[in-house]
Design a protein around this ligand. Structure first.
Ligand code: ADP
Ligand code: MG
Length: 500
């Protein structure tokens, strides 16, 4: 007698009759539903696949939108799951089993029971694949590492993460999650360019959760590491003697046991459908169990390529926040923080100077600061001054600008970029042809585009005399009348200046 039906048999005759009646109705309906199921499957599978793999499956019952089917063995189940899971999920997603539809696999082997469910939870538009239920989990031994390792770096914390306009929403969300993981904003998808704090922020959530809830299992990984784990677990599947102790099942059980899963650089899953499928299943289980999932990505969701739509739709179903490049004010705050973390005090003007010059990622700002600290330790006895800042910045950024919003400085910067002459050279006394020409163009533009006096322009050009400025201005002005290419160059520089 089938062990799954014994539970509903009664000792009394009446119950037995009712039961028999119900079961025959249910089994009829069940056969019809299963036939429809196979019909829908045949839309996406070959006839030969259906007859080889599905003809030996027996539909057992269809009660309250739950279809139970019996598979001959665990190996059979593994094959079906591996090969046809996607198509089976599609059939459930089509609504065949109705609202909250569920598919239950039952497997009968001498000493191995598996029951696995694929279901459609209330209110969710898509099918979900639920965890292997408790009976099986007991059979599959999860050999976790002796000591659970979260992979979090202790240096990434909220305390040393500078908040500002560019990361306001992402940071607020991160705090809310850390105080109440698994509840609001699940999943959390944070995106932005490189070196602007994505890893720092998502790891901070993990560290903060552990601080608030020391018993929670928080795990950080990157999409490339996740892929490697998955592919090597498949390889182990081929050699394992005791099922579930080495390969994908073990990895699956490990991930599904987490309270908070943080996956960095999710864009790297592109073009890896097997890994995406594995991630999708883990996602669904964790999500359904109110466990938090946090992703980072180097681009907005709608620009992600080669990741399956169903996974993309999962990314979208929680909170999405971006991190932008930091503003000038925020760069100032970050630079101050980084120097103070190193117990180095730096004059305010030097900090402003660095913030004006390093506009790209926070990683680049850190690189500059490390460079300055190293340089100062070697030559300047630990003091960071303007000279050292200029030196390091021109090494990293190629040229320097002195202040934030002075047009003459902008002009010098733009002309330097245009003629590929460093700003330092423009400001110097060097008279080589290219440098002198770039300097004259810059002086001409300074006179033409700003209200500064000749004296003031001279001073801004490294202390030149006003007559030098006037000479340069007249020289370029008269050349402009006869030289069309010079005219064109000046126009181009003016265009660029508008963009500064
Ligand atoms: P991403 O993951 O976006 O490429 P990271 O998180 O690795 O960038 O950040 C690069 C570096 O900049 C890290 O050392 C990080 O600590 C630092 N950093 C980024 N954002 C901030 C911030 N808001 N406050 C302080 N340090 C930051
Ligand atoms: Mg990162």
């Amino acid at each position: 007698m089938n062990k799954y039906s014994t539970a509903v048999l009664s000792n009394t005759e009446i119950y037995e009759k009712e039961d028999n009646l119900q079961r025959s109705e249910s089994s009829q309906e069940c056969n019809i539903i299963w036939k429809k199921f196979l019909d829908l499957l045949s839309d996406s599978l070959k006839k030969s696949e259906i007859s080889t793999w599905f003809s030996v499956i027996t539909p057992k019952s269809y009660i309250n939108n739950v279809l139970t089917i019996e598979l001959p063995s665990k190996d059979y189940y593994s094959i079906i799951e591996k090969r046809f899971n996607k198509q089976i999920v599609n059939v459930i997603e089509s609504g065949l089993l109705g609202e909250n539809g569920k598919l239950i696999y039952e497997i009968r082997e001498d000493n191995y029971d598996v029951q696995n469910e694929i279901s459609l939870p209330a209110g969710k538009p898509k099918a979900q694949i639920l965890d292997i239920n408790s009976r099986v989990t007991a059979n599959i031994k999860v050999n976790e590492p002796e000591e659970f390792v979260s992979n979090l770096y202790s240096k990434f914390t909220f305390e040393n993460f500078v908040k500002g306009d560019s990361n306001e929403l992402a940071t607020a969300t991160a705090y809310a999650i850390a105080n109440n993981p698994g509840r609001l904003y699940n999943p959390f998808f944070v995106y932005g360019g490189v070196g602007i704090g994505k890893t720092h922020l998502i790891q901070s959530i993990g560290n903060e959760v552990l601080k608030n809830f020391p018993d929670k299992k928080v795990y950080y990984t990157t999409a490339p590491d996740f892929t490697t784990q998955f592919t090597s677990s498949i390889a182990k599947d081929r050699v394992e003697l005791t099922p579930g102790t080495l390969g994908t099942k073990k990895l699956d059980a490990f991930y599904k046991s987490l309270d908070v899963l943080i996956i960095d650089d999710i864009q790297n899953l592109a073009g890896k459908p097997g890994t995406q499928d594995f991630m999708y299943q883990i996602f669904n289980t964790l999500y359904n169990n109110k466990k938090h999932i946090i992703f980072s990505c180097d681009k907005p969701i709608n620009q992600i390529k080669d990741i399956e739509e169903r996974l993309i739709s999962r990314f979208k179903c929680g909170m999405i926040a971006d991190i932008q490049l930091p503003s000038w004010e925020m760069r100032v705050a970050i630079i101050k923080r980084k120097f103070s973390e190193n117990n180095i005090s730096v004059p305010e003007e030097v900090i402003h100077f660095i913030a004006t010059n390093i506009k790209d990622s926070i990683r680049t700002i850190e690189g500059c600061i490390v460079g300055m600290i190293a340089e100062s330790a070697l030559i300047y006895k630990g003091n960071i001054n303007q000279e050292i800042a200029e030196k390091v910045i021109s090494r990293i950024a190629g040229s320097v600008r002195r202040t934030k919003n002075i047009s003459i400085e902008n002009i010098i910067y733009a002309v330097g970029q245009y003629f590929n002459v460093s700003e330092n050279n423009i400001l110097s006394k060097k008279r080589t042809k290219e440098i002198a020409f770039a300097r004259q163009v810059a002086m001409y533009l300074a006179k033409e585009l700003t209200n500064s006096t000749l004296e003031s322009i001279g001073l801004n050009f490294g202390g030149k005399d006003h007559s030098t400025v006037l000479y340069a201005f007249n020289c370029i002005k008269s050349n402009l009348k006869k030289d069309d290419s010079l005219k064109y160059q000046i126009e181009e520089i003016k265009q660029k200046l508008k963009l500064l």
